[in-house]
Design a protein around this ligand. Structure first.
Ligand SMILES: Cc1ncc(COP(=O)(O)O)c(C=O)c1O
Length: 394
């Protein structure tokens, strides 16, 4: 026996990993371009952060901590967000979660029921789709326009607002496209949300991983439209496995007070986020090291190399990434009639070459005919990967 809710869950990013394991068992080397985890490559969690986690454990901080997060960490996060985005949060506006993933789970638990709707970007990070359905809501994808650097199509978004819409979700820098929403588009979304009295959910997990365009934070552009922000320590602080993130509320008119209270109940019901990771995070925020800058520098080189190689391949068309660590090329099936769908293409690529990517249709209807690849490996590995890809397509 298993509930329909669970049976219907799918997560392409990890689903391809199952096939990758079979390929590995057959003795073939697998190149993991499917998972957005820098730590499995040559990016290390900075030693001083790891030491502070060990210190916290050795000094006995292995107990349940406050459900809303350790006070000192909430203070530090509050100062960080206020400084980064010129906003004016109070520590009480912060809820520490087990990664952004748990934050998304909480927010959707708080907003979705009875087939009501949430507007999410399309293509979409699959977690938004999964959890919305899990809580009996309907994910409605507004178009990110590939012909316009994957910027959100505001007319499409406007058309999709109904009396069942509960919120508009923004993910910038974006997974899977690598796009940054421009300031103008974010302002337009805020205005639309204001007209319809909707909150904005802003997933900012990649806000520190930006290559050239300027990052615009919805909370810093909104006067009174409530913003529910999400961020964490997985990417910028290279601690994916520690599972630590947070929700912040910018809500000057207290429109979110019921939701906020509800999410605090959710937090208490699951006891707390990882205690020792929270103590390490305090250290990280008090003594920010050079690791984020260093990572962005390396990633930019790897992005440039990957983009250059992809552009040379007839039949793959790619918008360059402005942030995060993903490229999302379109596969021209006229050029490659051997394969019929993106899933077929990606699985065959994996079986023949060991290159593990994710099929675009795993990111919702707008992802069809694409594939997502990370540019996390070192250049020498990327070189091998793109040589294999070229041979495969020949
Ligand atoms: C857009 C987006 N949000 C959230 C997450 C998950 O973040 P966390 O590790 O904090 O749960 C990811 C991970 O890849 C992501 O791409």
């Amino acid at each position: 026996m298993v509930s329909r809710r669970i049976k219907d869950l799918s997560y392409a990013i990890r689903d391809v990993a199952v096939i990758a394991n079979e390929v590995k068992k057959s003795g073939k080397k697998v190149y993991h371009l499917n998972i957005g985890d820098p730590i499995i490559f040559d990016f290390m969690t900075p030693e001083y952060i790891t030491r502070s986690m060990v210190k916290a454990a050795l000094s006995g901080k292995n107990f349940y901590v406050d459900s809303l997060g350790v006070d000192e960490l909430r203070n530090e996060i509050c100062s960080l967000e206020n400084h980064k985005n010129s906003i004016n949060l109070k520590p009480d506006d912060i809820l520490v979660t087990s990664g952004v993933t748990e934050g998304i789970f909480f927010i959707l638990a708080g907003l979705m029921e009875n087939q009501n709707e949430i507007l999410i970007p399309g293509p979409s990070y699959p977690v938004y789709i999964n959890y919305t359905k899990f809580f009996n809501g309907i994910p409605i994808e507004y178009e990110l326009d590939e012909n316009n650097d994957w910027e959100p199509n505001i007319d499409d978004l406007r058309k999709k607002i109904t009396d069942k819409t509960q919120a508009i979700l923004i993910c910038s820098p974006n997974n899977p496209t690598g796009a940054l929403y421009s300031k103008k588009e974010i302002k337009d979304i805020i205005n639309l949300a204001g007209e319809h009295d909707l909150p904005i959910i802003s997933d900012e997990i990649y806000d520190q991983i930006i290559f050239e365009k300027e990052y615009s934070c919805p909370a810093s552009l909104s006067k009174d439209v409530p913003i529910i922000g999400l961020n964490g320590f997985s990417k910028a602080h290279l601690a994916t496995g520690w599972r630590l993130g947070y929700i912040y509320y910018k809500d000057p008119d207290n429109k979110l007070s019921n939701l906020k209270e509800g999410l605090e109940k959710m937090a208490r019901a699951r006891l707390c986020a990882n205690s020792i990771a929270q103590y390490a995070a305090i250290e990280t925020l008090q003594n920010p090291g050079p690791h984020t800058e260093e990572m962005v520098r390396k990633l930019k080189e790897r992005r440039d190399y990957s983009y250059k190689r992809l552009k040379q391949i007839e039949g793959l068309n790619c918008v360059n990434a402005a942030g995060a660590f993903y490229l999302f090329p379109k596969i021209d099936f006229k050029e490659f009639p051997k394969w019929k769908t993106d899933k077929e293409f990606v699985i065959d690529l994996l079986k023949k070459t060991g290159i593990c990517t994710v099929y675009g249709s795993g990111f919702g209807v707008h992802g069809k005919d694409h594939m997502r690849l990370t540019f996390l490996p070192e250049i020498e590995t990327l070189e091998t990967i793109y040589n294999l890809l070229e041979d495969f397509l020949k």
